[in-house]
Design a protein around this ligand. Structure first.
Ligand SMILES: [Zn+2]
Length: 67
């Protein structure tokens, strides 16, 4: 998480959110119904050089993040 995967700069870090807050990726089914209460808790990491952002989750194991 210390090196930008897009431009290679080391000017990266998590986006500032209120203390104890995270980003939630919400799920929706094929009919467009949002499954309230289900989702993945992730952090948003940003690069100050190229301005790209990406997601990070400490809970990922074998490509399947913990809910
Ligand atoms: Zn970058």
């Amino acid at each position: 998480m210390n090196k930008c995967p897009f431009c290679g700069a080391y000017n990266v870090g998590p986006m500032n959110l209120p203390e104890g807050q995270h980003i939630l990726l919400q799920t929706v089914n094929d009919d467009g119904n949002i499954n309230i209460g289900a989702g993945y808790k992730v952090d948003l990491v940003a690069c100050g050089s190229c301005k790209n952002m990406w997601l990070h989750s400490d809970g990922i194991t074998a490509g399947k993040p913990e809910v």
